[in-house]
Design a protein around this ligand. Structure first.
Ligand SMILES: *[C@@H]1O[C@H](CO)[C@@H](O)[C@H](O)[C@H]1NC(C)=O
Ligand SMILES: *[C@@H]1O[C@H](CO)[C@@H](O)[C@H](O)[C@H]1NC(C)=O
Ligand SMILES: *[C@@H]1O[C@H](CO)[C@@H](O)[C@H](O)[C@H]1NC(C)=O
Ligand SMILES: *[C@@H]1O[C@H](CO)[C@@H](O)[C@H](O)[C@H]1NC(C)=O
Length: 875
């Protein structure tokens, strides 16, 4: 296929004429072109031999070039040229090695891209070999990396290659070459982990600074016009029309925190952001109500399936309301619209020859007198031997299972052994639709912002080839199948659940087709956990393409990884984890929950909820960073300037800060446009850190007591700071809507500035603006509080079978609480008015004392801990 000539060259020889440094190895092609990175060269050879690039390998190669190589060249240089040892060498490389190790152990495969060696293994092994062949540099604790490295090193071709290059001199063989290289700068540590890092300030050009100052000075005039509210929201030609869905939660369960972050909360952040951009936004969701699980739950609770749905729909709606999820509509799937639209899509598929009929062997429980749906069978996994595999999938190895293949199957309801029976079913002919699907994916995927896990899952389904998929079930509780001979069957929930988005929209507006049959004007964003990807990225698009009715298809498929609880999985039956309804009983405000869940959002990798970490983040990021900054900024204005924003005369340092904040704001926009929700939250915290530093360095509380010039400087710093606080309140809105509203009320931020987030940092609180009453936003979360919550939700020995009941003891009736709440509000107004009138100090103090006393009574009545008195710590 190719002829290869190997030539040894001296360390100084510049083989590639246009490179200033010698670079080895190099591959010179017949065309006269050069390839001069190992990964490019290996890739070229693999392509020559007929290999087809796949996403995972590409990801590894890119990572090797951009992350591993810079770290590795630094490590090798320290070792070989500078004679450093141990940690000094491994230091820069630690993160990269850990990344490889974790990836290997997470996917539980011996090699980087699966069960066999791939291009990725060869390239990474080759890069790492000179260093890791010395056992001193192969970290003991990275077991998966070790065994991967040793497996490859033991192979004969690898040994031969190593010998050719290193000639038994080990890493020293590279010395002559490395000595000719410039000293590498240690790679910057990037934020891969959850820990905030010290940001290095980027260098800014004069133009950038000047532009930032101009935008700032225009202030409110620079705001784009607000979009008028419409009801119902409908697409507008020429506007950006954003349709957002979050996976429909199944109705027979109370959602846990993992469900909330994976779907409704993530989608909510994006919907709120989209509205702040003034995009025309519709956010919808609802409960998925059909299926066996509902029927069974109904039997358990002695209700009808409809009654179960009614009951749980309300529970879901309440939980999401508590979390301040901003649905435009939250519907359900048990509606006439659902039946109509599902049957219509089915008829169209049938008429176009995309529906097959076949006999299916199915498990039937004779004792319960019913066919068993997949999730009502349990048995031993035929692939990995896991004892509690479900009828459709094994939780351990993740493989899809055909229920009749389970070993030792059991009916989950009565525990007897089911028998195999046959029954007629309908199938969606996916193989026949595969070509259309690929064509559509070919147009949609390149350059799009589907999350990498979604691309990977879709690719692997396609690689394995699509098979016809059964769309009917022997059940009563579902959408009826409009075909003779199928009167006693219904559609399988997975065929019709994704159609729920359409029918929910149809119940919201009779003009639903303007959203759902409008692919050119509507951008569809769908949020889900990764187990839902095949149905949204593949099964539904196939149905829609086959139905040939110009459906709007997903443009951004956003899938999260899994959120674990402490060290394990959430489990209702074992009482492990926090469920949506319990979060309310913890007395931790919804916004704090939102903040922490979004902070640990499983974006790109699994993450875990931890009480201790929540306490840490609550106290460090929220209280000490964000809360502290915003509170200080407001307090300076009230204390030093009578609540009136002072004149600002910006010096070059202020102007540079302005430009840095604009830069960070742009970064925030870029991240959210790519739906990188967790990373964008880091931007908010970075802005607030800049703000804290700014106050710390300029010490307005000292300058206010100084000369005229000092006082003016204190004014400028205070004015800048309170404007940063105003910006933060808007950036924070998608994440913590209530806190955001509180800040905006305290600062009396003008209405238009609350509802739109421009790409420049503007002066929205100009000199002379009067702010309101400032008070601390957050409280400290105490250790013993967290310990008791851990006990309560931990899944250890439980005293009460029903944990939700244990602590809901209130010391007062609802009536009394309501009365006190009203009085607090009234007294609050009295105080505000007096302050606004600049009334006598003593009079104000007396009314404030009354207010505090009322608040105390209210806290007691609600059984809340008292607010800690405001310490002198905050200046
Ligand atoms: C359908 O919409 C109506 C209002 O238009 C509402 O009252 C009803 O609850 C909705 N039904 C469902 C199932 O969402
Ligand atoms: C599909 O909808 C778009 C509007 O989004 C329209 O321009 C186009 O003509 C429609 N195509 C068909 C085949 O109806
Ligand atoms: C921490 O949690 C407590 C709830 O106990 C809450 O009241 C407080 O506002 C939170 N503190 C911060 C800094 O978020
Ligand atoms: C969030 O929800 C609470 C309680 O349901 C409500 O009082 C508050 O106004 C909501 N905040 C926002 C910003 O919607």
């Amino acid at each position: 296929r190719a002829e290869l000539q190997v030539r040894a060259v001296g360390p100084e020889e510049c083989v590639v004429p246009f490179l200033t440094q010698p670079k080895l190895p190099v591959l010179q092609l017949d065309s006269g072109n050069y390839l001069f990175s190992t990964s490019a060269i290996c890739r070229y050879f693999f392509l020559l031999s007929g290999w087809e690039a796949d996403d995972l390998t590409n990801q590894w190669l890119e990572w090797e070039a951009t992350e591993l190589q810079p770290a590795l060249s630094a490590a090798l240089y320290y070792l070989v040229v500078q004679g450093k040892k141990g940690e000094d060498v491994l230091g820069p490389l630690g993160r990269a090695l850990t990344h490889i190790d974790h990836s290997l152990s997470r996917q539980n495969c011996p090699f980087l891209a699966g069960e066999t060696e791939s291009l990725a293994d060869i390239v990474l092994w080759g890069a790492l070999y000179p260093l890791l062949q010395d056992p001193a540099y192969l970290p003991e604790e990275l077991g998966a990396l070790r065994s991967w490295f040793q497996t490859l090193s033991a192979q004969e071709p690898c040994q031969r290659a190593a010998e050719t290059v290193l000639k038994q001199q080990g890493v020293l063989a590279l010395r002559p070459y490395l000595q000719k290289q410039p000293q590498p700068s240690p790679p910057e540590s990037r934020a891969v982990s959850n820990e905030p890092e010290e940001e290095e300030l980027a260098t800014l050009s004069e133009e950038e600074i000047a532009a930032a100052v101009t935008a700032w000075e225009k202030g409110l005039e620079n705001l784009p016009p607000l979009r008028p509210q419409q009801n119902p929201v409908l697409p507008v030609a020429g506007d950006r029309n954003v349709l957002i869905t979050s996976a429909l939660p199944y109705v027979n369960n109370v959602p846990h925190l993992g469900n909330i972050i994976g779907c409704v909360l993530s989608a909510d952040v994006f919907a709120r952001y989209s509205r702040l951009r003034q995009w025309n936004t519709l956010y919808l969701c609802g409960t998925d109500e059909y299926g066996t699980a509902t029927e069974t739950k109904a039997m358990e609770e002695g209700l009808t399936p409809q009654e179960i749905c009614d009951k749980y729909h309300v529970i879901h709606a309440d939980i999401y309301r508590w979390f301040n999820i901003s649905f435009d509509t939250f519907g359900r799937t048990t509606t006439a619209q659902q039946t109509k639209i599902t049957q219509d899509i089915f008829q169209r598929l049938l008429a176009r020859g995309f529906i097959l009929q076949d006999t299916v062997e199915q498990l039937r429980c004779e004792r319960c007198a019913r066919f068993l749906a997949d999730r009502f069978v349990e048995g031993v996994c035929p692939f990995c031997g896991y004892e509690e595999a479900r009828g459709d999938q094994c939780d351990k190895c993740g493989k899809l299972i055909n229920a009749i293949e389970l070993k030792k199957p059991q009916c989950k309801v009565c525990r007897s052994c089911p028998v195999v029976r046959s029954s007629q079913h309908l199938f969606l002919d996916l193989p026949k639709l595969e070509k259309r699907l690929e064509e559509w994916l070919g147009k949609t995927l390149p350059g799009s912002n589907w999350t990498p896990n979604a691309r990977f899952i879709i690719r692997s389904w396609l690689r394995d080839g699509l098979k016809p998929r059964c769309i009917t079930r022997d059940l009563k509780w579902g959408t009826p199948v409009p075909l003779e001979g199928f009167e006693d069957k219904v559609f399988y929930v997975w065929f019709d659940a994704t159609i729920g988005y359409l029918s929910i929209t149809a119940n919201y507006t009779d003009q639903w087709e303007r959203w759902w049959k409008n692919p050119e004007q509507v951008d569809l964003y769908q949020f889900m956990a990764k187990d839902n990807v095949p149905f949204h990225g593949l099964v539904f698009p196939c149905s829609a393409l086959g139905a040939e009715d110009n459906y709007t298809l997903v443009k951004y498929l956003i899938a999260t990884e899994y959120l674990n609880y402490e060290d394990g999985k959430f489990s209702k039956s074992r009482g492990v984890g926090v469920f949506g309804d319990m979060a309310q009983d913890t007395e931790i405000p919804a916004d704090i929950w939102r903040f922490y869940l979004l902070y640990i959002r499983p974006e790109g990798q699994d993450s875990a909820f931890s009480w201790t970490d929540m306490l840490l983040k609550n106290n460090s990021e929220l209280l000490n960073n964000l809360g502290n900054f915003i509170n200080r900024a407001g307090m300076f204005v009230s204390k030093f300037f009578g609540g009136c924003v002072p004149e600002m005369v910006l010096n070059p340092d202020d102007q540079r800060l302005l430009a840095h904040i604009t830069l960070e704001l742009r970064h925030y926009h870029q991240l959210l446009e790519k739906v990188r929700i967790r990373d964008a939250l880091r931007s908010i915290l970075t802005v607030s850190r800049h703000g804290n530093q700014y106050i710390q360095v300029n010490e307005p509380w000292k300058r206010i007591k100084g000369s005229e010039a000092d006082r003016q400087r204190a004014g400028t710093v205070t004015g800048m700071a309170v404007n940063i606080a105003a910006l933060l309140s808007v950036m924070l809105q998608p994440y913590m809507p209530t806190v955001s509203a509180t800040i905006q009320a305290q600062l009396q931020l003008p209405r238009p500035a609350c509802s739109v987030l421009p790409t420049d940092f503007l002066c929205t609180l100009p000199a002379g603006h009067q702010i309101g009453t400032v008070s601390p936003l957050f409280q400290k979360l105490e250790n013993d509080q967290i310990e008791s919550l851990k006990q309560r939700f931990g899944g250890q020995a439980k005293v009460s079978p029903n944990p939700a009941v244990v602590e809901t003891v209130t010391t007062a009736g609802q009536q009394q609480i309501q009365t006190l709440t009203d009085e607090v509000a009234k007294q609050g107004n009295v105080v505000r008015e007096l302050k606004a009138q600049k009334a006598d100090k003593n009079q104000v103090a007396a009314e404030v004392a009354k207010l505090l006393d009322l608040k105390k009574q209210l806290a007691l009545a609600e059984g809340r801990p008292l607010e800690t008195p405001k310490g002198k710590k905050t200046k």
